[in-house]
Design a protein around this ligand. Sequence first.
Ligand SMILES: O=C(O)[C@@H](CO)OP(=O)(O)O
Length: 304
Amino acid sequence: MFAAARNAFSIASRTAVNHARVSPSTRSYNSGDIIWIPAASCVAAFQTAEKSTLVLVRHGESTWNLENKFTGWVDVPLSPKGEKEVVEAGQLIKESGIVPDVAFTSLQKRAIMTLNAVLAETDLMWIPVNKAWQLNERHYGGLQGLDKQETVDKYGKDQVLIWRRSYDIPPPVVDKSSPHHPSNDPRYAKFDFPEEWTESLKTTLERVTPYFNENIAPQLKEGKTVLIAAHGNSLRALVKHLDNIGEDVIAELNIPTGTPLVYELDDDLKPIPQEGALSPLTGRYLGDQDAIRARIEGVKNQTK
Ligand SMILES: O=C(O)[C@@H](CO)OP(=O)(O)O
């Protein structure tokens, strides 16, 4: 697609340059068998096709973020504060002038509520929305429903940090006798999950990335602006992939609730570093940067 756009640009711009020599630059007109296109239009078309925009939004604060419980695939709603955060996220996207063409979210209501609020604020409730379990939060296995601080008190800070932020060490599993196993939830009836289920960031990445490559990347390559409303750990997996972040570095990365993160991607879907990006990310957060840093610290400090 980009190659086709580039060819079109090159033909159109050569045509425009040829005509510019003989034509007033202020008007378009038919000249024999070709239509003269002002050079500025060609440049604009070229720039649009050369890159695409991807907006990531972690859901706003959920009721279990507020209660400080391991959540994973438990389908809790936004808290009142979270509902406010996601309205603000929508306003920030609107003010930025970014207009998503298509949206993606998980099968979990905290992300769906976030997406709905953003689409309402941007007056884009009509755009196509795709929901996929592959964008769900990381399944927290046997930790789901436990209080994070009580878990620290019982197992120690280091062990809980390993469960929360190590790349490839998963929390304890749940089996099919547990209400937390996806086979006991009708929304996953079409899918097969192993008898024993839990996820590390690594295994989360192994379902987020193929979904991204198969369903989202083609739309970005067409030059579409894509909005994804998802979760702390499914988005950590996605930015690890996009920014090629190392396993040790990703352990330190926390994604703030309800804060748009904007990537500009080149035609190979490599991020174009944005001014004001917070390392190791190359995308930029929209909004008050001090407030965003405070939100990031808040996520980190859920287990002190
Ligand atoms: O509980 C969870 O599902 C996640 C996100 O809220 O928590 P953590 O940041 O500890 O991975």
